[in-house]
Write a protein that binds this ligand. Structure first.
Ligand code: HPA
Ligand code: ZN
Length: 326
């Protein structure tokens, strides 16, 4: 059996994928046409050629600009459905996708338009593709805590559609503590909590520390820099906290696939998982991320199985459902 066959047939879970980061160049064109939007690019190939990311801000500016083509509930439905189709084709059977409502409400798109389109795709994907999912609403950390709080209140009528809240976008000078109140309220509403601690960001060890001690997160997105502090690693391992690592994303944004770091996490008993982050932009879905670890860091089948098992273990699916996969 080839490594690619092994990776393909393994039932997998994805816990760190931004739905807006699954917007493929071809889809940008079809949505622009349907919505009467003029693009500065003439072909999908030109769009890909413009993907020149070297750090988090340079990625984010392209990511936010492209999502302007998303306007109607059907657009959000299609966005999510196209991702779920790709997930199904790679035998990703369970997903906890992120979405960024503030990136849409700030353009005049109603919160309900966004969440209702995504939720409808989740239902159809479960029924027709066998891909189950639970949605995580992210706040943009470079916007105000007040805006985050307002969006959390918009979500109160949709709690049946959400499993948790997250925090993403530009991390520089936007620490977890800025959102302590909003996340406390989210927990009171019964939501799980996760936050991005992006790789090699300013004040990153303080941010990870605040996630643990102030926010009491249920998971950490990225979190690779915890390895620089033994006490953080010990605490993350002791709590059994999942870390959603995104190798190909890291290769783009910080020029490091983080293979050695992922191995180090496993050796320390930290629950590392492998994820695609923004697969349309980094041109790598789940299987391409796993194969990058095989090809460029010599990961073994055993290591890939451990990482995949970790993802089911630290996922927020019901304990009853977990027994199907563990
Ligand atoms: N980091 C922070 N914000 C994001 C990312 C990321 O990797 N992807 C989409 N929004
Ligand atoms: Zn991310």
């Amino acid at each position: 059996e080839s490594m690619l066959d092994f990776v393909q047939q393994l039932p997998k879970a994805e816990l760190h994928v931004h739905l807006e980061g699954t917007l493929e160049p071809e889809h940008i064109f079809s949505l622009a046409k349907r919505n009467g939007i003029e693009l500065v690019y003439k072909t999908p190939e030109e769009v890909v050629a413009a993907y020149d990311f070297h750090d988090l801000p340079s990625f984010l500016s392209i990511y936010y600009a492209a999502m302007d083509v998303l306007r109607t509930e059907d657009d959000f439905y299609e966005l999510a459905m196209h991702y779920f189709q790709r997930a199904a084709a790679q035998n990703v059977v369970y997903v906890e996708p992120f979405f960024d409502p503030q990136a849409h409400t700030s353009r005049g798109i109603a919160f309900d338009t966004v969440i209702n389109g995504i939720a409808r795709a989740q239902q159809d994907a479960a029924a027709s593709l066998g891909v189950e999912s639970n949605l995580i609403m992210c706040f943009l950390r470079d916007m105000s805590a007040e805006s985050a709080a307002e969006h959390l209140e918009m979500a109160v009528g949709h709690l049946d559609k959400l499993i948790g809240v997250g925090l993403d976008s530009d991390e520089k000078d936007n620490p977890p503590s800025k959102f302590a109140e909003v996340f406390a309220r989210a927990r009171d509403l019964g939501l799980k909590l996760t936050m991005h601690c992006d790789v090699n960001q300013k004040d990153i060890l303080e941010h990870i520390g605040e996630c643990l001690d102030l926010i009491a997160v249920d998971r950490i997105d990225h979190g690779v820099n915890a390895l620089q502090d033994d006490a953080l690693c010990t605490e993350i391992a002791r709590r059994g906290l999942g870390l959603t690592v995104c190798p190909v994303s890291n290769r783009f944004v910080v020029q490091n696939l983080t293979g050695n770091e992922i191995r180090d996490m496993l050796a320390r008993g930290m629950k590392a998982t492998i994820n695609s982050d923004d697969p349309a932009y980094f041109r790598a879905y789940m299987n391409e991320n796993l194969m990058a670890l095989v090809e460029d860091a010599d990961f073994t089948k055993d290591e890939l199985m451990t990482l995949t098992r970790n993802a089911f273990e630290v996922s927020w699916m019901s304990d009853e459902r977990k027994t199907d996969y563990l």
